[in-house]
Ligand binder design. Structure first.
Ligand code: PXL
Length: 273
């Protein structure tokens, strides 16, 4: 009989263009060999040129999806992406406690604090930032902000190594076990250096910077690859190292689709296996 794979749950929004959101999460989970479970939070209307708008799913339906899959199928690791509203964030936090997912439960929980699309369209109502800080970060095994999200969440503008370390320390104050401050948006750095820390250990992960336009869904893909590795039992530093290696290949193999920004691609993993 076929062995049942480990499971990873994504709590996130849909991207009609198929490159970010739950679509990025599910294709990454598939490429990484874990079974993807979904709690849908919002439906965005978008293509390669940008987000035209979104509608959120009622908070009780977000909670019901989490409970339905957690109680029957079991969750080995979970992540959040676009959460849209403060009400959804508060409901997700309460529901994760009920089904025993989070930093103190043995089921790792990754928070990717998605605030806006790459083209700058808000994917989170402004008042919801505080709920991310107070409701989600204290429950998180790992948080994975990019530099725009770091600025929104802490006020720290990261421009060099020193400010990246300061941002990591400031973010850990909100209560996650680990923080990954992604340096990819420091465009004058020829490398993409991400900083991982739990407050004691500081690990710099350096990657190649590719000259490409096609980076849509990059953050979601990296967080999902990390979540998949955690679902398979990796430690946080090992899972992040695996996620970094994975996203680098996905960026290298991003493709043009539509007139705007194309998606990163996990297809290389399927060709290799
Ligand atoms: O990449 C961030 C993101 C997450 N989730 C959804 C998105 C986007 C970016 O556009 O549309 C649904």
């Amino acid at each position: 009989m076929t062995e049942t794979p480990r499971t990873a749950l994504t709590i996130a929004g849909s991207d009609s263009g198929g490159g970010a959101g739950i679509q990025a999460d599910l294709r990454t989970f598939f490429a990484c060999g874990v079974h993807g479970l979904v709690s849908l939070t919002a439906v965005t209307v978008q293509n390669s040129l940008g987000v035209q708008g979104f509608t959120e799913i009622p908070a009780e339906v977000v909670a019901a999806q989490i409970k339905a899959v957690a109680q029957d199928m079991g969750v080995n690791a979970a992540k959040t992406g676009m959460l849209a509203t403060a009400e959804i964030i508060r409901t997700v936090a309460k529901t994760l406690d009920e089904v025993h997912i989070g930093r103190d439960t043995g089921v790792p929980f990754v928070v990717d604090p998605v605030a806006a699309s790459m083209t700058g369209h808000a994917l989170l109502r402004e008042e919801a930032l505080e709920a991310i800080r107070t409701e989600l970060f204290p429950r998180a095994t790992l948080i994975t902000p990019n530099l725009d999200e770091v600025k929104l969440l802490t006020g720290v503008s990261v421009s060099d190594k020193e400010s990246q370390y300061a941002a990591a320390r400031a973010l850990l104050e909100f209560g996650s076990t680990w923080v990954l401050v992604k340096g990819g948006h420091m465009y004058d750095d020829p490398h993409c250096v991400d900083l991982l820390s739990d407050g004691r250990e500081f690990v710099e992960l350096s990657g190649h910077r590719y000259d490409t336009e096609n980076t849509h869904g990059g953050g979601d893909t990296m967080a999902s690859a990390i979540t998949a590795a955690l679902a398979k039992g990796a430690t946080v530093p090992d899972a992040v190292a695996q996620g970094k290696e994975f996203i680098e290949r996905c960026v290298a193999e991003g493709y043009a689709l539509g007139a705007g920004v194309g998606p990163v691609s996990p297809f290389w993993r399927l060709k290799e296996s």
